[in-house]
Structures are given as C-alpha cells and as structure tokens.
Design a protein around this ligand. Structure first.
Ligand SMILES: Cc1ncc(COP(=O)(O)O)c(C=O)c1O
Length: 395
C-alpha cells in the first residue's frame, strides 16, 4: 500500500535541524526553530510556569475528560488577555492543540461556512500557513508582503484586499511576523480595517508572538482596534511562545461574531475537533489558566516575558550595529525595524549556507535566524562573520 504513495516533503527546517545535530563542532549555533533560548543556549522553563505546575500538582485535580471546548477557565482567561475586556463579550473560544491546531480548525470552519471563499496570504509567511490551507482545501491567492528593498509593502496588502471577493479571508499575523519581523503600525491597522470593511473580507489573525515585540499591550492593540470595527473575525492563539510551552501544545481558536451565531460557531469548532483529536491536551492550558487566574503569578509571568522581549531587542540592535560597522546598507538598516524572535538577514541562500558550513551558525536559507538563540557573548563574533560574507561580495 505505502509503495504507491508519493514521497512527501516535510518542512525542510527539520532536515536542517538534523544536519545541525550531526555537526560535531562544539561552538555551533542553532538559530533555526522559533524557540526562546537564554544566554546558555537552553530553552528555559519560565519560573511562573514552574510555580503554576507546583500548584497543579498540589491540587491533584482529576484527569477525567473535559468537554470538547477544553479547559473553560483557560478559554476565558486567554480570551480576556488577548482581546481585552470589551471584545471578550463577542468571542467564542475553544481550546486547541496549540497555535497550529487553532489555525487548522479555524481554516476548516471558514471552509465549511463559505465553500467558495479564497484565502489571501502575503508571502513570505509562516511556513505552515500555506500547507494548512492546502490540506483543508480552499483556494489560496498570494501577494508580495515586501517591496524589492525588503520593506513592508502596505499598498500590496491593500490592493490584495481591494481585489478580494466578499467573504474571502485575509490571513494576517498579529505582530512580530514570522519570518519578516514585521509589526504593523496602528495607523496601518486602521487603514486596513477600512479596506476590509469595504471589500467584506474576513480577517484571520494568527497571534503567536505577542509580548515579544513592543510589549503585551502594544503588540495586541492594532488587532484589537480592528476587531472592534469588523462584524466577524477569527483568531488563532498560540501559547507556545509567550509561556515557552512549546511541547505542551496549548492554544485557542477564537471566533468573533454576532450573538446569534455564537452557538453555531462553538458547535462547528467542537464538531471539527471531535473528528480530529476530540479534545486538546490539558497540561499546558491548565498552566496558563493558573497563571492568568493568580495575580501574583501573572505579575511574575509578565515580568519574565518582558525580560525576554528586552533581551531580544538588545540582541537585534547589537547584532545589526555590529554588521553595519562592517557593511552599511539600507537593507541592513531596515532589519533594525523588525520585531520579535526572528531577524531575517538580507543574505543569499548561498551565504546562509556558508554561514553554517564555515562558521557553524545555522539559520534558514531565507535568511531567517532565531535571535534568541544568539548568546550575548557571541553577538560580536556573529556580526563579524556576517560582515566577512558581505565583504566577499565586493571582492
Ligand atoms: C506565526 C506562527 N504561527 C503559529 C505557529 C504555531 O505554533 P504552535 O503550534 O507551536 O503553537 C508558529 C510556530 O512557529 C508561528 O511562527
């Protein structure tokens, strides 16, 4: 049976991760996956998470099945956090298998409720966006997110919305775009909202890196302003990044709609979940629920998240300053405006390959590196190595 199947191409990031594993050099650096690391290259467990886990252990709650919407306290708390107090009344939230699970079941919901809808996606985008849409089946159209200088092309996004048909879906990232580091300004969120209202486009917001750009409030406010104005929207929330809970698979699917459609939204999401994995895993969601229900734990978590954010911002500035000292160019200066965990270096595929083979610094062929994976003590060395690659361009 399996011999008749075509070979499937898994996301190449995992191939690179295994090349990294087999690289014998001790000073090699893994800047591949979007995982927060500290200066010792470890992906630490947050102190607030450990404290919440200790409380959960003590409570020793039953492990019986939850309902199909998952942990209801988690759903309420994460919706309040992401949407703020005003919008939460318009939300229907279902716990999901992390951000990926939310993207998947929301895509299915949109496909079921509008079989002829098209999804509009700016490229480059998160590598799993297009595969999820293709796996579910709706038509996918794309536009270039960046202009030839590598800057955000606002007009291209507005044009894509203007050309949309009513009911089409614009898939956006809420902040700290993966891989470009783009965070849209409040001014542009407002302009985009007007365009979506005119074209009757449904916004689909992927919120994965909130808190890691300009601050929790700042990272969410553009989306909140938009949600306050549109009649319907869907939001996929990942608990993986802001709580460093990658392997616990915590996330939420949120649907914003009028009151009369909320029961339908919930039953549709629950039906999709039932036929795929039935119920999302409890542990990560229970940790987040505990943190967001306990003011002292929430303060601790917010302080930890902010420290992560500040470290990323310093790493970005120091790395870019180091590179600019060797090679000043507008494309590299533009990189300083990026936000969040990633930095996309304007390097060629061949230069990224040299960075790994010659210096043991592993990023993606697109130039994307995980900034958090750079230990502070190695910033100047990496800047120098990238500088060397750029000097070779002139030779
Ligand atoms: C933009 C974006 N969305 C969603 C996800 C999915 O995250 P997870 O399923 O681990 O919560 C990721 C993971 O890297 C991401 O970068």
């Amino acid at each position: 049976m399996l011999t008749t199947m075509p070979q499937m191409r898994v996301d190449p990031i995992w191939d690179l991760a295994s090349t990294f594993q087999s690289d014998p050099r001790e000073d090699k650096l893994d800047l591949l996956l979007g995982v927060y690391r500290d200066d010792s290259k470890r992906a630490p467990v947050m102190r607030s998470v450990l404290a919440a886990e200790a409380k959960l252990l003590e409570l020793a709650e039953s492990k019986q099945y939850r309902g199909l919407s998952g942990n209801l306290v988690f759903n309420a708390r994460i919706s309040e956090l992401v949407l703020g107090p005003e919008l939460v009344a318009r939300a229907t939230t279902v716990q999901t298998v992390a951000g990926t699970g939310a993207l998947r079941i929301l895509t299915e919901l949109l496909a079921i409720t509008g079989p002829s809808r098209r999804f509009i996606l700016g490229t480059p985008s998160y590598v799993n966006h297009a595969p999820i849409i293709k796996a579910v089946g709706p038509a996918l159209t794309s536009y270039d997110l960046l202009d030839p200088e590598g800057r955000f092309d606002e007009q291209a996004m507005l044009d894509a919305v203007a050309q949309a048909r009513p009911g089409d879906v614009l898939l956006l990232q809420g902040c700290c775009h993966n891989p470009t580091g783009l965070s849209m300004s409040s001014r542009f969120w407002a302009e985009l909202t007007e365009a979506m209202l005119t074209s009757h486009v449904v916004p689909f917001v992927d919120q994965a890196y909130f808190g890691l750009g300009d601050g929790l409030q700042e990272d969410l406010e553009g989306m909140r302003g938009m949600l306050a104005r549109v009649p319907e929207a869907v939001i996929a929330v990942s608990g993986s990044k802001a709580w460093s809970l990658y392997n616990e698979r915590a996330g939420a699917a949120i649907v914003i709609t009028s009151e009369d459609k909320r029961g339908f939204a919930r039953s549709t999401l629950e039906t999709i979940a039932r036929s795929s994995y039935s119920q999302a895993p409890e542990h990560g969601a229970a940790i987040i629920a505990e943190i967001l229900s306990d003011p002292a734990l929430e303060r601790m978590w917010r302080a930890e998240l902010d420290a992560m954010r500040r470290r990323l911002a310093t790493l970005r500035t120091d790395l870019i300053d180091g590179i600019l000292a060797v090679h000043d160019s507008p494309t590299f200066r533009a990189v300083a405006e990026q936000r969040g965990m990633f930095l996309t270096l304007p390097l060629t595929v061949a230069e990224m390959q040299t960075l790994s083979t010659e210096f043991g610094v592993y990023g993606l062929p697109s130039g994307r590196i995980n900034l958090a994976g750079v230990p502070r003590g190695q910033v100047s060395t990496i800047a120098e190595q990238i500088g060397q690659l750029l000097t070779r361009r002139r030779d």
